[in-house]
Design a protein around this ligand. Structure first.
Ligand code: F0G
Length: 454
């Protein structure tokens, strides 16, 4: 099989170009919309390029026992569904993917939805779901001979890009909003050797600056407007389907920032259905933070047909995005699958994150919007007790340890944010206590505290 079977199609006007014609500009010259990767050979039933569903399921399972580097990647294990490289031998991998799917018994009980799971994409090599898209897009950059790659980021994309660039021996430029990204993420970009510029603007401002830079210099853009990112980011949908033996859950809930992840998962599911790997689509719902909710506003105002950018503000800094690039793709996924788009408050995010923590599942705040959103969907009767639900957790808890510590110290939320949730917060908070260095003092503290906490 030829490794490269793709072309790019503009999502707005439908114009098609060869992959290498896009260079580093991923907006259509005619209408300005984004491209998506398309595999024309898949349309021909019985055609030589169309993968066979049964054979693929067998092959992918076999590869789980393989020691080959590409087979050990949870992205490239599914490489027949991302034939974007001239040679798969050019793939740059850190053995991403293959992330755990955890049952959440406590949240399931509290919500009355027994089959509740978390797909933890924070368990990737750099601690976020971005690795799955970076392995695919950065491999394209390397194969096409770029020496420099760049992204604007709220932190996780830059951490992932810097790591994969380091593996590939490419140089990389990171633009981040000054003071608005978590330290864990900034430290990763430095560790992996990126040129990191903190700009006195927000994420949306960083995107604007970078889009001009890549028109003036031979730098490959690795933001999620790059359609090859989405090819890797669709593979968690394959892992989920494989986990449930190709009978997909009723619901998948995804945090919404720049809206590429929801778009990618939707694309993966759409392609699986077209190829006969699954027989129906789960409902994909996108959850945003109340202070960074342009897609929610767009659904309320015009059913997701038009989007007005907002000035974004949330402590879930990963999704502090007011002008999301992939909003049209995400709106299409929500419409096509019958899912919803809703937002949650700062207090609801903090409580949901602490509840996940209590199940032994750490995550960064942006990931916890999914549990907070699920509570609302259950309350509205949109998720039934018999439904199977998967929450997409996108980042590792250690990315933003300050947030967690502030919550437990009681310094995270403003009184008006905490007020509607005081009993929940009181039950979840676990500040560290200072105790004398003697067994008696520790035992006394235990007695006193366990009376309050247990
Ligand atoms: N969760 C985390 C932990 C993220 O880092 C992001 C996005 C999202 C959710 C939202 O995903 O943008 O595809 O809707 N982080 C980007 C970054 C924008 O630069 O790291 P999305």
């Amino acid at each position: 099989m030829n490794d490269n079977l793709h072309q790019l199609r503009c999502c707005g006007c439908g114009v098609r170009i060869r992959g290498d014609q896009a260079g580093s500009i991923f907006r259509c010259k005619d209408c300005g919309d984004l491209f998506e990767v398309e595999y024309p050979g898949w349309g021909l039933v019985g055609g030589t390029d169309r993968p066979n569903a049964g054979a693929l399921k067998w092959l992918w399972r076999e590869r789980r026992a393989s020691g080959e580097l590409l087979d050990r990647s949870g992205v490239w294990r599914f490489r027949e569904l991302l034939p974007i490289l001239d040679s798969f031998g050019n793939a740059v991998t850190l053995q991403e993917g293959n992330t755990p799917l955890y049952h959440l018994p406590r949240a399931a009980k509290a919500l009355g939805v027994d089959q509740l799971f978390a797909k933890h994409q924070g368990m990737n090599p750099t601690g976020s779901f971005k690795d799955t898209g970076m392995t695919s897009a950065l491999s394209v950059a390397k194969e096409r001979g770029f020496e420099w790659v760049a992204c604007a980021s709220t932190g996780n994309t830059s951490a992932a890009m810097a790591a994969y660039a380091a593996r590939a021996g490419l140089k990389c430029l990171v633009l981040i909003p000054q003071g608005k990204i978590a330290w864990g993420k900034l430290s990763q970009a430095m560790d992996y050797g990126a040129v990191t510029c903190q700009l006195k603007t927000d994420f949306d401002g960083c995107v604007r600056v970078l889009s001009t830079i890549v028109q003036q210099a031979p730098i490959y853009l690795l933001n999620s407007v790059n359609p090859y990112r989405l090819e890797g980011q669709k593979t968690p949908a394959l892992e989920i389907a494989e986990y449930f033996d190709w009978s997909v859950p009723e619901h998948i809930l995804v945090p919404g920032g720049n809206l590429a992840n929801s778009s990618a998962l939707g694309k993966g599911l759409r392609e699986m259905k077209a190829l006969g790997l699954i027989s129906r689509l789960p409902k994909i719902s996108v959850i945003q933070a109340e202070g960074a909710n342009p897609l929610v506003r767009s659904f309320v105002a015009n059913d997701g047909q038009k989007l007005e950018p907002v000035a974004a503000n949330t402590r879930a800094t990963a999704i502090r995005i007011g002008n999301p690039a992939s909003w049209r793709k995400a709106a299409k996924v929500i419409h096509e699958t019958g899912g919803w788009c809703l937002d949650v408050t700062e207090g609801e995010i903090a409580v949901a994150k602490a509840e996940l923590g209590r199940e032994g599942i750490g995550s960064e705040p942006a990931s916890a919007v999914t549990l907070a959103g699920l509570k609302k969907l259950v309350a509205d009767g949109k998720v039934a007790p018999s439904d199977t639900v998967v929450l997409l957790l996108t980042g590792h808890t250690l990315k933003d340890a300050d947030y967690t510590i502030d919550f437990h110290r009681g310094t995270l939320l403003k009184p008006e944010e905490a007020e509607p949730l005081l009993p929940e917060i009181a039950a979840l908070r676990r500040d560290a206590v200072e105790v004398e260095a003697t067994p008696d003092s520790v035992l006394n503290a235990l007695k006193e505290i366990s009376g309050r906490w247990v």
